[in-house]
Design a protein around this ligand. Structure first.
Ligand code: HSE
Length: 417
């Protein structure tokens, strides 16, 4: 077999992690050659030795390489680079979930047209296998739901907050560990997880890349007290991304949830990601593993490079059928149970007022607790509701704002897994 000639584009945390694995790792890499590195600047963390360095990443495409590994991140320049590589007859391996989410249909069609491969195993859950599992190993199954904690940074933050750490301190630790994106707001605001579930949904349900509609919410408003109240009822708080097949179409959402502590994903802590696939033949099927960081991402990238070097003529995944897209459901029409946190004036009649507002919107309470007075002498009231349509809950929350006895409130949706 001829050597697989690799051009790496990007020279940050992930690219240097891949380089170090390829230089120091397993013996089957001896059939591979790092022909060049497209690096706009040096990285003091890693010495590339005598490997050819190219300052204009677009010049990497002109080199004698079989595969370009795109690790520059971002969307539009990455799209241009991948386009140029595919049009030049090079295979492309990428860890870039944003570019696959935003331009996946166009880029996959381009790969097919040019008879080359575009592989992106590490775009979802870094090295924890998901894309090939979903696309190949589960192909006999009808998938009804894919639900996962798909962002390592948010799971790391929430796990540490549950143990009492502060949000800001833990975010800094996630950045120092190389889990967070260069712009960490994409992690904490739910966008990164949305990109990943969008990719899985395209593979499971042909829902399109990009998906036309999505509900996205981050973890920025989660407070330590939410974990304490969740614990009272055997719940924990996670950030979950969901793609679910229903009668009228697909629901796509990425937001914090309360999960029963006994559910399969609730026990995954730190940077771990986990996914539950609901299938007809296997029932609920789970994968879990490290979802961010240089070593984990290198593992996924090398799995794609391995597939290319072993049999470049065989496509190791089944691309989505973009000619057959389903309807995407409106988030406001979905039904959830809710955790509602309210901070209210400590005076007679306030609980009755809250009950009336919710009753006016046909929202039934499953459990209600009033906690001890806060330092500001307000009292927290915590409600767990029965199932109600999202739009009705939003109208009820709007109604709460009309009452000066109610100072602030928040909801977290409850997910049954
Ligand atoms: N920032 C991402 C995360 C990296 O925290 O999950 C892996 O995609």
């Amino acid at each position: 077999m001829a050597k697989l000639k690799i051009g790496i584009c990007g020279w940050g945390n992930v690219a240097t992690g891949l380089y170090e694995q390829l230089i120091n790792g397993n013996e089957f890499y001896s059939d591979w050659e790092i022909s060049c590195i497209g690096a706009r600047r040096d990285n003091s963390r890693c010495n590339p030795g005598s490997t050819k360095i190219i300052r204009d990443i677009f010049d990497v495409v002109k080199e004698d390489i079989d595969v370009l590994v795109e690790l520059i991140g971002g969307v539009e320049t990455a799209r241009d680079l991948i386009t140029e590589a595919l049009n030049s007859g090079k295979h492309v391996v990428t860890a870039n979930k944003a570019v696959i989410f935003e331009h996946g249909e166009e880029l996959i069609n381009l790969a097919i047209k040019n008879n080359v491969r575009l592989l992106f195993e590490s775009a979802v859950c870094a090295g924890t296998p998901t894309i090939k599992i979903l696309s190949n190993d589960l192909s006999a199954n009808k998938i009804s739901k894919v639900a996962g904690m798909l962002n390592g940074t948010t799971n790391f933050i929430l796990s540490k907050m549950e143990e009492g750490a502060s949000y800001a301190d833990v975010l800094k630790e996630a950045q120092d560990n190389g889990y967070a994106e260069p712009d960490p707001s994409l992690d904490v605001n739910g966008t990164d997880a949305a990109h990943k579930i969008g990719i899985l949904s395209a593979l499971a349900f042909n829902s399109g890349l990009p998906a036309p509609d999505f509900y996205i919410e981050g973890i920025e408003d989660i407070q330590p007290h939410d974990f304490i109240y969740a614990e009272d009822f055997d719940f924990t708080i996670k950030h979950l991304a969901v793609a679910k097949l229903s009668a009228g179409g697909i629901e796509l959402r990425s937001h914090p949830v309360m999960l029963n502590k006994n559910s399969s994903l609730a026990g995954l802590k730190g940077v771990r990601n986990g996914i539950q696939f609901d299938t007809d033949l296997l029932g609920a099927f789970h994968v879990a593993g490290s979802g961010a960081g240089r070593e984990s991402t290198a593992s996924g990238l090398i799995s794609d490079l391995h597939a290319l070097s072993k049999s470049p003529e065989i496509l190791p995944i089944n691309y989505p059928d973009f000619s057959n897209k389903p309807n995407i459901l409106n988030f406001n029409d979905l039904i959830f149970k809710f955790y509602v946190y309210l901070e209210v004036k400590d005076e007679a009649g306030v609980l009755a007022l809250i009950s009336k507002i919710f009753a006016d919107h046909s929202i039934s309470f499953d459990k209600v607790i009033q906690k001890d007075q806060l330092e500001n002498s307000n009292v927290p009231v915590v409600i767990f509701t029965d199932p109600i349509i999202e739009s009705e809950m939003q109208i009820a929350l709007e109604d709460l704002t009309n009452h000066p006895e109610i100072f602030n409130f928040k909801i977290i949706r409850i997910e049954d897994l």
